[in-house]
Design a protein. Structure first.
Lengths: 534, 150
């Protein structure tokens, strides 16, 4: 049997026996076959001695069982790694950061506890996926929409805690920002409720007023290891009456800055609510996905501008609108007006305008990504999937995700930097996202780096990945999320004032979890006994 | 409980409208406010503790169970549409053969292959844990997929 580090066989056996008394023996999973299912399917260390693996899985059914498990783990010093649905693919899956930890598998806790159609709020457990919530809402005909990431089988709670995002109506796209109140089991088994959840009598405001009274502790549980979140409230959007998509095309290379400036203004004033997509008709697709907006410093811009004339434009931005058909038509007209004022030669494409709802099949037939219309799907698995243009399927991918300012200069600079580093190592990306605004005020690239079954190739990938982290951070482009293998690397780049951010976080960790049993090393936060000197 | 909240909101809105146009004789008359609940508490507590909520498990039993588990866990990638990633990948894999890329339209998939693919994953398809698809649910899927199709 695999043992957690620094735990005796006797103590581990005692802990597992006690876990079994809490959850039932069938939900303490220790066989090699079971442990196989807890491996990170997309691990860049796949099959290597250093691969991050679990020593066991334990799957409770209630928050009270989570409390009992934490007390047992605390007694024996067993490292615990909570996962919600365990589908954090490309960012670690259901495998622990600290190899040998016991995965606390919360998937069985899949209750939708409360939904308020009028307030547009829901309270869920960690095992509830976007598919689940979508089905629940549709089975009952509620007039609510969800903002779903791709793929849709992830947990609302897990996705929000890891910094996940969706692609529909603006204020709901940042899933942590759209949460409201949480219940957390701490390392010693105590239960904490934040915001209005801290009131013993509930009047429905747990999921409506996030600040409660006094300091807001919820941020401690985002991308960290301070507790096990067992309930979270979320805001849901009302179902809109209509949807519209339109594209703005601009002819010159230098127009990128203006394209983004006006897009920013439209977003910041609420004149476009959807997820704007910046693409270039000059960039060829990878499969059906757009490739990187890569124009090297040596590019022959006048030649490319000639080519752009034939293709409709050098740059394009696809805008999406949700709401009343009349209002969003006016918002699209206003979009065109703003661009024409600055770019008299701007061109426009009216992509879609229709009333909602429409059947999923029609959404697909129109070529619209279902997630834009609140429909969860697994079409993201087209990345690295076997197809006629990609005959040798990948074994997964990892995500590189630098945060960049909303400027054309940053788009060009970061794309050049990343593409050129990857070229240097002969690495093809499986997807290089357009620069996107999941959040207000900043953009991010999501860059899929395919992993391999060949450890030698993966060693090259890891080296390139570390170079990307270093070189982007050196220019101020920090990573917002990263696979566990690189979390120390990214953490070390946020180093202002001798790493004071990490040092303070570690102090909090030591108080809340003195034995360091929860998710050691997650997001670069190590407990005292495993801490390396930075 | 919900109707009580709606009534409260309607009463507040009605009051607001009346205050906004006190001098206009032609202003539409606000409807008489609905009766507020008398006494305390005015707020109706929403149950959280003790509330069981709704589990998002597959509830179908008997012959329908295998198909229901397949629909929840497999059909989102392997359903009968060419744009679904699993079906698209198998279409490419079985190009030039007479093997149907839609799993539900095949009756000859070996049970052991279904079990090992679900528990070990393949290429970009990750493995599924027992907390997601239990052994009993996997048996039901195997039963469904290996049953002779029309």
């Amino acid at each position: 049997m695999a043992l957690p580090p620094n735990v005796s066989a006797q103590d581990f056996k005692s802990a597992l026996d006690e876990f079994a008394k809490v959850v039932g023996p069938e939900w303490v999973l220790t066989s090699p076959q079971d442990l196989e299912t807890y491996r990170d399917a997309y691990s860049p260390l796949k099959g290597e001695a250093e691969e991050l693996v679990a020593s066991a899985g334990v799957a409770p059914d209630t928050a009270e069982e989570v409390q009992a498990i934490m007390k047992i783990a605390n007694k024996y010093g067993i490292p615990i790694y909570p996962v919600s649905t365990g589908k954090n693919l490309g960012y670690g899956g259901s495998a622990p950061r600290y190899s040998g930890s016991v995965v606390l598998d919360l998937k069985r806790m899949n209750r939708i506890l409360q939904i308020d159609e009028h307030a547009g709020t829901v309270l869920v457990e960690p095992g509830v996926s976007y598919f689940d919530l979508y089905k629940y809402i549709n089975d009952r005909g509620l007039k609510l929409w969800i903002d779903t990431p791709e793929p849709g089988w992830g947990s609302l709670i897990g996705n929000a805690l890891d910094g996940g995002t969706g692609t529909s109506y603006g204020p709901y796209r940042d899933h942590f920002a759209a949460h409201c109140g949480m219940e957390v089991v701490l390392a010693d088994g105590e239960m904490l409720r934040t915001g209005m959840g801290a009131l013993p009598t509930q009047a429905g405001t747990w999921t409506q007023w996030r600040w409660g009274f006094g300091p807001w502790l919820d941020g401690l549980f985002r991308q960290s290891n301070m507790g096990v979140v067992t309930k979270m409230g979320f805001w849901l959007m009302p179902k809109p009456d209509a949807y519209r998509m339109g594209t703005v095309l601009l002819p010159r290379f230098a127009d990128l800055e203006g394209l983004i400036e006006i897009k920013n203004y439209l977003e910041d004033t609420g004149n476009t609510q959807g997820h704007p997509l910046i693409v270039s008709p000059l960039v060829s697709s990878v499969g059906h996905l757009p490739g990187p907006l890569y124009f090297p410093v040596t590019a022959n811009i006048p030649e490319l501008e000639k080519e752009a004339q034939a293709k409709g434009g050098f740059w394009a931005c696809m805008f999406q609108y949700y709401g009343s058909a009349k209002v969003i038509e006016a918002q699209w007209e206003y979009t065109k007006e703003l661009y024409l004022k600055r770019f008299p030669d701007a061109k426009f494409v009216e992509n879609h305008a229709f009333d909602l709802p429409i059947p999923t099949e029609e959404v697909i037939a129109k070529g619209i990504n279902p997630v834009f219309l609140s429909i969860p799907s697994l079409t993201a698995f087209d990345l690295g999937n076997r197809s006629s243009t990609y005959p040798h399927p990948a074994s997964g991918h990892m995500w590189f995700a630098p945060i960049i300012p909303r400027t054309g200069a940053a788009v060009l600079e970061v794309t050049r930097l990343v593409v050129e580093i990857l070229k240097e190592h002969n690495i093809e990306t499986s997807w290089f996202s357009p620069p996107v605004t999941y959040w207000p005020k900043a953009m991010v690239f999501q860059i899929g780096v395919p992993i391999s079954d060949d450890p030698k190739k993966n060693a090259v990938l890891r080296q390139a990945f570390r170079q990307l982290i270093r070189e982007c951070a050196a220019r101020g482009f920090g990573e917002e999320r990263t696979p566990p293998v690189f979390q120390d690397d990214v953490r070390s780049t946020y180093s202002f004032n001798d790493h004071i951010l990490l040092r303070i976080t570690e102090k909090i960790k030591d108080v809340l979890d003195p034995k360091g049993i929860i998710s050691a090393g997650r997001y670069g936060i190590w407990p005292q006994h495993l801490r390396k000197k930075v | 409980m919900r109707s009580a909240i709606v009534i409260l909101a309607a009463a507040v809105l009605a009051g607001g409208a009346a205050q906004a146009a006190p001098s206009s004789k032609n202003a539409p008359r606000a409807p008489a406010p609905a009766a507020l609940p008398s006494g305390y508490p005015l707020h109706i507590p929403v149950p959280v503790d003790g509330a069981q909520g709704v589990r998002m498990d597959v509830t179908e039993t008997g012959a329908a169970r295998g198909k229901a588990v397949f629909q929840k866990w497999c059909s989102t990638c392997h359903g009968p549409y060419p744009y679904l990633s699993g079906t698209a990948a198998l279409t490419e894999k079985y190009k030039g053969t007479n093997v149907n890329p839609v799993l539900e339209r095949r009756a000859n998939i070996p049970a052991a292959l279904i079990r090992s693919t679900v528990r070990n994953g393949i290429y970009v398809m990750p493995p599924f844990r027992k907390s997601e698809v239990s052994d009993e649910e996997l048996d039901a899927v195997v039963g469904y997929l290996t049953k002779q199709k029309k």
